[in-house]
Ligand binder design. Structure first.
Ligand SMILES: Cc1cc2nc3c(=O)[nH]c(=O)nc-3n(C[C@H](O)[C@H](O)[C@H](O)COP(=O)(O)OP(=O)(O)OC[C@H]3O[C@@H](n4cnc5c(N)ncnc54)[C@H](O)[C@@H]3O)c2cc1C
Length: 330
């Protein structure tokens, strides 16, 4: 029988919260109470927690930074397993790896051997190990300051590494697929397996992780050496472009819809006359029609109504179906 005390003993009592509002953990600021909200410090504890909820057949949901999610107002009647640790300092622990670990392995690092990387291809690159709970912004900033180039595109994406691999997140011409070497995944049968990049089936906002409900524990990346000031300048420029084009002053889950082949979702929505279309406190952004934003106390139902109205109207006017990029926590 499922017992919350058991989860507390696996991840630490301080890392389990009952009746936690999901609106506090989603960038849309929408979502009712989760029955249990569990955020382990270490990857090993996370794996054990997943095994326990699976064994006890509890509904569960893997949460990163909640930046691509729309959660029900009535909440989640199960266990939210969160990989991200906002404002938490992890004590070192023998034999355990922090959820937000970041380890750089330069070409001469002996540890690279265990991942069977091609030395020829990687002789000049630095391999970076990253835990699924690290934020992309932190990741990009840390490696940028060390003069590693190639992750600047990700610095403004407000998600975790695990969420970014699951979504194959991308921006400004770069995507996770371009830099990842492989990832350690947790399979439904509890086995852990390292998947090479090709096996991850990374496509436009899609991956094997999503298709088969796998869980990203950590991933490996490779970066070339670059000029620190150029890297920092590129990140600043890209973030300035975001500020200029995106409605960052409002809560949202980013681009609500995927880009349909041959079109831009925002342009179709604008041309359908839906700029500013509003239900309650949720609306199509005036600044960027590809974003549905929560301008106050928006609810799940309001967001769903806006999304469905946009889909229906664009379909009627242009015969194009807008598939949501945002995932539902239901
Ligand atoms: C203002 C704004 C701007 C954005 N800009 C971009 C952009 O430029 N490019 C872009 O691609 N996206 C963008 N996004 C969307 C979002 O940031 C990305 O999709 C991001 O990768 C989601 O990461 P997350 O950690 O927040 O995942 P969540 O939103 O928490 O989860 C998203 C999905 O991934 C799954 N997931 C999370 N962690 C794991 C894991 N460890 N293992 C398996 N599955 C997991 C969840 O179960 C869920 O299905 C933006 C969002 C906002 C709010």
């Amino acid at each position: 029988m499922f017992q919350i005390e058991e989860l507390c003993s696996i991840v630490g009592k301080e890392n389990v919260i009952c009746d936690e509002l999901l609106s506090k953990h989603t960038t849309f600021h929408i979502g009712g109470k989760a029955k249990y909200f569990v955020s382990p410090n270490y990857i090993e504890d996370f794996v054990e927690a997943v095994a326990y909820v699976r064994k006890e057949k509890q509904p569960y949901f893997i949460l990163g930074n909640g930046s691509n999610l729309l959660a029900y107002d009535k909440g989640y009647d199960g266990v939210i397993l969160a990989t991200h640790l906002p404002n938490r300092k992890i004590e070192a622990c023998e034999g355990k790896v922090a959820m937000d670990a970041l380890v750089m392995m330069p070409p001469k690092d002996e540890r690279r051997k265990q991942f069977a990387l091609s030395e020829e291809e990687l002789s000049k690159k630095t391999v970076v190990f990253a835990g699924s709970g690290i934020m992309l912004s932190g990741f990009a900033n840390i490696i940028g300051k060390k003069g590693l180039a190639g992750f600047e595109f990700a610095s403004g994406i407000p998600g975790t590494l695990g969420g970014a691999v699951a979504m194959n997140a991308g921006a400004y011409g770069g995507e996770i697929k371009d830099r990842i070497l492989g990832a350690m995944l947790l399979l439904p049968n509890g086995e852990r397996r390292y998947y090479q990049k090709e096996e991850l089936e990374l496509g436009y906002r899609s991956s094997l992780v999503q298709k088969e409900s796998l869980i990203v524990l950590w991933a490996l990346f490779a970066f070339e050496t670059g000029d620190i000031s150029e890297i920092e300048q590129t990140m600043q420029d890209l973030n300035a472009r975001r500020k200029e084009k995106q409605p960052l002053q409002y809560a949202s889950a980013g681009s609500t819809f995927k880009r349909p082949e041959g079109y831009f979702a925002g342009k179709l929505i604008e041309n359908a006359g839906l700029r500013g279309y509003r239900v309650g406190d949720v609306m199509v952004s005036e600044k960027h029609c590809g974003f549905v934003v929560n301008v106050g106390e928006g609810t799940y139902d309001e967001a769903r109504q806006v999304i469905e109205h946009v889909q229906k109207t664009v379909q009627e006017k242009f015969n194009v179906w807008l598939e949501t990029e945002v995932k539902m926590v239901e």
